[in-house]
Design a binder for this molecule. Structure first.
Ligand SMILES: Cc1cc2nc3c(=O)[nH]c(=O)nc-3n(C[C@H](O)[C@H](O)[C@H](O)COP(=O)(O)OP(=O)(O)OC[C@H]3O[C@@H](n4cnc5c(N)ncnc54)[C@H](O)[C@@H]3O)c2cc1C
Length: 262
C-alpha cells in the first residue's frame, strides 16, 4: 500500500503574524513549523504503516521554497520512508487553485492508494487544497476525518460535523483530509533524527509536473491576495449591573442604537 501525505510548512502564528510592507506574510521573520493538521495526517499514515511495515510505504510531499525540505526531514525523522520537495521559481505566488493543480501534477507521476492532506493550513486557512487535489485527480474525497482506518481496499472515516458525525467508506485510491483531533502525533526519535538525512528527498522542478503552465504560480492563480492583516485584538468588554430587567433592556437598546444596529 502506498500512502502520500501532503505537508505544508507554515509560519508559527502563535508568536503573532508578521507582515511585509506590501501586506504579504513576512515568512522569514516567523518560525516555520509543520502544519498541525498535516502532522496528524502523517501520524495516521504512520499508524497504518506500524500495522504492516513491510507492505506500507509512506511518502511525504511538500510544495514550497527550498527551505521547506526541513518539514520533510522532520516527517522522515518521525518515520516516513521518503520525501518529495516540489520547488521552482515559476510556482511562486500560487493561490489554492494553482497550489492544488501543481500538487496534483506531481501526484500524477507518483503511485498512491491513499492521499492524506490536512483539513486546513493555519496561514491561508482556506481548507480548499485537499478537495481540489481530489477533483484534479478524479478520486473520491472524505474531509474532516477524526478517525481513519483501512478495511481491505477501502478507508473508513469518522467525518466530523458541528453537532454530529458520519461514518463514511471510500474505495481506494481516494483522498482524506485530516483534523488535528485525529490523534496525538509521535515525536521524532533520536535514531530517526540521526537517520533522516540518509533517507531520500527528491527535488522536483516544473519539468517533473504533469500540469498546464496556465495553472501554476502567479499566472495560474485566479485569486489575488489584495492585503492580509492580523486579527485585531478585541477591546476589553464593559461590565454593567442594571437594577432591573427594564433597565437592562433599555441599556441594550441604547447600545444597539449607538452602534447603528437598530
Ligand atoms: C493570509 C492568507 C490568505 C490567503 N487567502 C487565500 C484565498 O482566499 N484564496 C486562495 O486561493 N489563496 C489564498 N491564499 C494563498 C494560499 O494560502 C496558498 O494558495 C496556499 O498554498 C494554499 O492554500 P491554504 O494555505 O489555504 O491551504 P489549505 O487549503 O487550508 O490546505 C489544506 C491542506 O492542503 C495541503 N497543502 C496546502 N498547501 C500545501 C503545500 N504548499 N504543500 C503541500 N501540501 C499543501 C496541506 O495538507 C494542508 O493542510 C492566502 C494566503 C494567505 C497567507
Amino acid at each position: 500500500m502506498k500512502i502520500v501525505v501532503c505537508i505544508k510548512q507554515v509560519p508559527d502564528t502563535k508568536g503573532g503574524v508578521k507582515f511585509k510592507p506590501d501586506g504579504t506574510l513576512d515568512r522569514a521573520a516567523m518560525l516555520a513549523i509543520m502544519n498541525p493538521d498535516d502532522k496528524a495526517g502523517l501520524e495516521a499514515a504512520l499508524r497504518i504503516k506500524d500495522s504492516d511495515p513491510d507492505n506500507v510505504e509512506v511518502t511525504v510531499l511538500t510544495m514550497g521554497l527550498p527551505k521547506a525540505e526541513e518539514v520533510l526531514r522532520e516527517a522522515i525523522a518521525m518515520g516516513a520512508d521518503k520525501g518529495v520537495l516540489i520547488t521552482d521559481r515559476v510556482l511562486g505566488g500560487a493561490d489554492t487553485w494553482a497550489t492544488s493543480s501543481t500538487i496534483a501534477g506531481a501526484l500524477k507521476n507518483m503511485e498512491y492508494d491513499l492521499i492524506i492532506t490536512g483539513r486546513q493550513a493555519i496561514d491561508g486557512d482556506t481548507a480548499q487544497v485537499g478537495p481540489q487535489i481530489s477533483e484534479h485527480l478524479g478520486i473520491p474525497v472524505i474531509s474532516y476525518a477524526e478517525e481513519l482506518k483501512i478495511e481491505g481496499d477501502s478507508v473508513v472515516v469518522k467525518r466530523q460535523f458541528d453537532d454530529r458525525y458520519h461514518m463514511l467508506k471510500a474505495k481506494m485510491p481516494c483522498l482524506v483530509t485530516a483534523l488535528q483531533e485525529l490523534n496525538e502525533p509521535r515525536y521524532m526519535t533520536p535514531g530517526g533524527i540521526f537517520d533522516c538525512f540518509d533517507k531520500e528527498v527528491q527535488v522536483w522542478g516544473r519539468d517533473k509536473l504533469d500540469v498546464e503552465d496556465s495553472n501554476i504560480g502567479k499566472v495560474g492563480s485566479p485569486t489575488v491576495i489584495a492585503k492580509a492583516s492580523d486579527k485585531v485584538a478585541k477591546g476589553k468588554g464593559e461590565v454593567v449591573t442594571p437594577d432591573s430587567a427594564d433597565e437592562a433592556v433599555n441599556y441594550i437598546f441604547s447600545k444597539l442604537a449607538e452602534k447603528h444596529v437598530i
